[in-house]
Design a protein around this ligand. Structure first.
Ligand code: ADP
Ligand code: ASP
Ligand code: MG
Length: 454
């Protein structure tokens, strides 16, 4: 029986007409039924700049960004010789971009809601172009299937947490059945957008930066896909970011648990939430390069054949360490509860935590500092100290918390680097610690040499 495959292509895979045609060719050869696309490379950043510029600068400055985005898409449209109906759809999106920017400019207010509407245009524009690329590839292969553009927002229902909206799985399943039930006939290749969704009230949302991977996984879950493919600019998940260590090796196979830790702790190749839907429905995930589709790539599965002690490493930059101290914690209970309640009220998630008798240290993304109310609330119950410019380094593998001597090997390798905090024990797949940002690359390079290259 044919397999239902959902394939996601990232921004660089949508870079220009050639990239789009190459990606469509990959989707064709894989037998994909659903192609989920990111905005063309750089466009989401440009749209954010447009929102901010329209809010705070002159209209002519905003117009410059509009022209840049417009030109990029018009060039691809002309290279692909876009048919009239798709050209019209693209024009409508250009008009929407200009109207939204004008509204933001007149009000001098770019709310998160407005920003989501503006950012959604990146994926909506690229999907129009990619629909034509897909149609051309199907024609070239004399394939009777048709390429169909679908608005992901009709299916991807979210809450109203603009900028980082949460998909509502139950609704998405029902909406997938309603709008995408025909996929199992295998007569259509749907092209749709990653990253964007819609609230029940009809407002456009986004899932947070890099969210197209997550969208593809959510949609794969919604249509009960057999395989989810993430096509990017590297040939799979590597032992660490190849930009940090050129000797990073592609991983053939990795378990859901390890890959989830890797994504959560900073490996940009997968959005942190991507594997949650895949785990829920046990959908195997393939990660490969749209530029080199023949390369082996990585399979992420529930069960794999080997479980090495150290499989990979990652880093998460821009971390802060917040230390809360109060003598009242001595022999008292309920303090952790109070702290977590405050973080919960502010919807801030903590990555690593250590405690002593009278203090608790937690690591957070540095953007948390923008939330002055959070720091003020914490200050009401404890003395608060914040250290900035830190990086969380993680070693990912198996049986990490039951292996004698591992800590010694790690810290011998970086004996001259100050380790600000260590977290070990909670997960058998992860050993993480904090170092200063300017020593983070060196730390990863040395550990990679010791545990992977050796
Ligand atoms: P896309 O636009 O396709 O979503 P991203 O830029 O978000 O692509 O993710 C791919 C990038 O992730 C790679 O170019 C690479 O630099 C980075 N990366 C970080 N860690 C890893 C890793 N362990 N393996 C592979 N790539 C990684
Ligand atoms: N276009 C969005 C971003 O740049 C989503 C994605 O590419 O995954 O963050
Ligand atoms: Mg990405």
């Amino acid at each position: 029986m044919a397999k239902l495959i959902v394939s996601k292509f990232g921004g660089t895979s949508m870079g220009d007409a050639e990239c789009m045609l190459r990606s469509a060719e990959v989707a064709y050869r894989q037998g994909s039924s659903m192609v989920v696309v990111s905005a063309t490379s750089g466009t989401t950043n440009d749209l954010i700049a447009l929102g901010k510029t329209a809010e705070s600068q002159s209209w002519s400055e905003a117009e410059k960004i509009i022209s840049k985005i417009h030109a990029r898409h018009v060039k691809i449209a002309s290279d692909l010789n876009l048919p009239t109906d798709l050209l019209q759809a693209l024009e409508t999106l250009f008009e929407e971009m200009a109207s939204l920017a004008k509204g933001i400019h007149l009000l001098k207010d770019c709310s998160v809601k407005a920003m989501d509407a503006l950012m959604s245009l990146g994926e909506r524009m690229s999907s129009v172009l990619c629909t034509e690329a897909m149609a051309q590839v199907l024609r070239k292969h004399k394939d009777a299937k048709s390429a169909k553009l679908v608005d992901a927002r009709d299916v991807l229902r979210t809450d109203d947490a603009f900028g980082k909206a949460k998909p509502i799985t139950k609704d998405i399943e029902a909406l997938s059945n309603k709008h995408l039930g025909y996929l199992r006939d295998f007569k259509t290749v749907v092209v749709t957008q990653g990253y964007i969704g819609r609230t029940e009230e009809g407002m456009t949302t986004t899932l947070g930066r890099g969210g197209s991977d997550y969208s593809a996984a959510i949609l794969a879950e919604g249509v009960s896909a057999d395989v989810l493919e993430i096509w990017t600019d590297v040939a799979g998940i590597a032992t660490t970011d190849p930009r940090i260590c050129p000797k990073a090796k592609p991983i053939d196979e990795i378990s859901f648990k390890e890959a989830s830790e890797l994504a959560t702790f900073g490996a940009k190749v997968l959005h942190p939430a991507t594997l949650l839907p895949a785990i829920r429905k046990n959908i195997p995930v393939f990660v490969g390069s749209s530029f080199d589709a023949e390369a082996r790539g990585t399979w992420v599965r529930k069960e794999v054949t080997d479980y090495p002690l150290i499989r990979a490493m990652a880093m998460r930059k821009k971390q802060i360490l917040v230390t809360l101290s109060t003598p009242e914690m001595l022999h008292a209970h309920g303090f952790l509860f109070q702290i977590f309640k405050i973080f919960n009220d502010h919807k801030v998630s903590i990555d690593a935590i250590t405690t002593s008798e009278i203090s608790v240290s937690v690591t957070l993304d540095d953007s948390t500092l923008l939330n002055k109310r959070l720091i003020a609330d914490l200050s009401e119950i404890a003395d608060v100290q914040v250290e900035e410019n830190l990086t969380l380094i993680s070693l990912i593998g198996n049986n990490i918390n039951h292996t004698p001597g591992l800590g010694k090997q790690i810290f011998e390798t970086i004996a001259d680097i100050n380790v600000r905090m260590i977290c070990l024990g909670a997960s058998k797949h992860n050993f993480c610690f904090l170092v200063s940002e300017d020593q983070s690359t060196e730390t990863i390079q040395r550990l990679h040499k010791k545990f992977v290259e050796a």
